[in-house]
Every structure is written in structure tokens, then in C-alpha cells.
Ligand binder design. Structure first.
Ligand code: PDD
Length: 278
């Protein structure tokens, strides 16, 4: 792969970041993941807007204009002949001698790489995921897309050890998110319930797109917190993210959701999301 590091295009073996980078030492960095299908960027405007919000929240300057950043995305697709897959972009505050205090004028480090992946042929869309609930142990500003992913990674590993595909993080009985996606349920009376936006969860770009499409197909949307019990009792449960789009969940802990197979509404939303965004 050809990756982008601080203004240079280099083969991945030659890419280097300082050990003093604050992304490495303090997780002082934000990131975005954007899907690519047929060489086209999916939901790019949303990812760009969130990137700016995350940077703003951490007072990290964005050293590019919108056109330049879009140009970098297009260029990494072209240089890697990426038909289908993901673009990962990380911006850290930059490198400096280790200190909890940082200077206002640091030069951010920017890294971009691609992951080839046949995103439109996800076998799990047919079977759905099983998930295990875990206590919410991340920090309190989850709306910022920071690289503090240690807890999420630990919980996904633990879920996998317990035989599940992913974990649902639970705070005061309410589901916040899965480890790297937003969680939604469809009630038995066909309402789509998804947690309202706050600092408790990442404001998913796929979540926003899917909600607007749900309204278009006359599915009533209710933005509020919901409990694990409500999820277990739902007609359908699904997650959304830039890498899985709309992915059904068929088991939460020991509770089988409906008949244990992906439901029609999540399937429909996956279909119209792909159609609408391509
Ligand atoms: N993760 N919640 C969390 C904690 C996430 O990490 C993500 C995305 C989402 C979904 O957001 P979006 O629809 O904008 O991708 C929700 C990316 C895909 C990742 O870490 O790979």
C-alpha cells in the first residue's frame, strides 16, 4: 500500500511517525473511517463535518482546506487502485517532548491509509451478529471521535472470547453503543428507536443517514435511550457504521432476537442505504 504521512506518499514499510507523537503517547488524536465503493467515497460530507467538530473540541488545527482534504482522499484511492474498502485518516496534535501541557502552535501529524475490503459482500449481513453486553467504561466525551479505543478493543476481545461477534456497552441499564458502531432497535409496533445524540455516544454518520432514509420510508423514528431489556424484546436490533453499513444483530447475551434471523426492516434499510449513497 501507498500511505500518506505528513505530506508524503510512501510505501507502507517506509512510513514513519515519531515516538514522541502525542497520538502515540497521550491518545491525543482523532480519526475518521470512510467507506469506498466503486472508487467513490460514501457519506464523505458527514465524515468531514465530524472530523472538524472533533478537531475543534481538542483545539487541533486542520492544516488543509476542504478541497485539499477531498483531494487527498481521491488521491489515496487512485494511488492504491482502491475499488472497494476503507480509508483511515488520523490527525494527532503532533510530536513534542513528553509533557501533559502542549504548545498552541504544534504542527499536527496526519496519516492516511487504505484497507481493501469487499464491503458489499459481507457474509454477516445474511446471518446477523451475536453480541454480549459489557459495562460502559469509556470516557465521558464519546461524541469526539478520538483514538482512545483501548477499552472498546478490550470489550470486543472479551465478547469474542465469550463466543459473540461484538459487545454492547451498557450504562445505567441503557445501551450506549457497540464497540465501533451505533445501536438501533425496531419495536414490535414498528418504531425505529435509537439513542438521542449527547456526549454518551459517537454521532454516527451512517446513523444520521439511515435515520433520514427511515423517515423517507415512513418508518417512525424515536430518538431516546433504550434498555437492554427493550433490545432483547425488540422485533429487530441492528448496528450502523461506515464499515458495516446496516448490520443485523440476532442475539444479545442469551436472548435470541425475534426468530434469530436478520429482520426485514434492517435488510430494507441496508438496501436503500447502499442504493442511495452509491
Ligand atoms: N467506527 N460508534 C463508535 C464508537 C464508532 O467507533 C463508530 C465508527 C460508530 C459509527 O460511526 P460512523 O457511522 O460515522 O462510522 C459509532 C469506525 C467505523 C471504526 O472505528 O472503524
Amino acid at each position: 500500500r501507498i500511505v500518506y504521512v505528513n505530506g508524503r506518499w510512501v510505501p507502507e514499510e517506509q512510513a514513519q511517525v515519531s515516538v514522541f507523537d502525542r497520538g502515540f503517547l497521550f491518545a491525543d488524536a482523532i480519526y475518521e473511517v470512510t467507506a469506498v465503493i466503486d472508487r467513490k467515497l460514501i457519506d464523505y460530507a458527514g465524515h468531514l463535518a465530524r472530523l472538524k467538530r472533533s478537531l475543534e473540541a481538542l483545539s487541533i488545527p486542520l492544516p488543509f482546506t476542504d478541497d485539499e482534504l477531498l483531494g487527498l482522499h481521491r488521491e489515496i484511492v487512485a494511488r492504491n487502485e482502491l475499488e472497494s474498502g476503507l480509508i483511515y485518516l488520523q490527525i494527532s496534535r503532533g510530536a513534542a517532548d513528553r509533557d501533559f501541557l502542549f504548545a498552541a502552535d504544534m504542527a499536527p501529524s496526519i496519516v492516511m491509509f487504505t484497507q481493501k475490503k469487499n464491503i458489499l459482500e459481507n457474509p454477516k449481513w445474511k446471518t446477523g451478529l451475536t453480541v454480549k453486553t459489557m459495562p460502559e467504561g469509556r470516557w465521558m466525551n464519546r461524541q469526539i471521535k478520538t483514538v482512545q479505543l483501548l477499552y472498546s478493543s478490550m470489550m470486543k476481545m472479551e465478547a469474542e472470547r465469550a463466543g459473540a461477534d461484538d459487545a454492547f456497552l451498557v450504562e445505567d441499564g441503557y445501551i450506549t453503543e457497540a464497540t465501533s458502531s451505533n445501536v438501533h432497535i425496531v419495536t414490535k409496533d414498528r418504531r425505529l428507536v435509537t439513542r438521542h445524540l449527547s456526549n454518551a455516544l459517537l454521532h454516527g454518520i451512517t446513523r444520521a443517514s439511515v435515520l433520514s432514509l427511515a423517515k423517507e420510508v415512513a418508518l417512525q423514528v424515536e430518538e431516546r435511550a433504550f434498555t437492554v431489556l427493550e433490545a432483547c424484546d425488540a422485533a429487530e436490533v441492528f448496528i450502523t457504521s461506515a464499515s458495516a453499513f446496516v448490520m443485523p444483530v440476532v442475539r444479545v447475551d442469551d436472548a435470541v432476537i425475534a426468530d434469530g434471523r436478520p429482520g426485514p426492516i434492517s435488510q430494507k434499510l441496508l438496501e436503500i442505504y447502499i442504493k442511495d449513497r452509491m
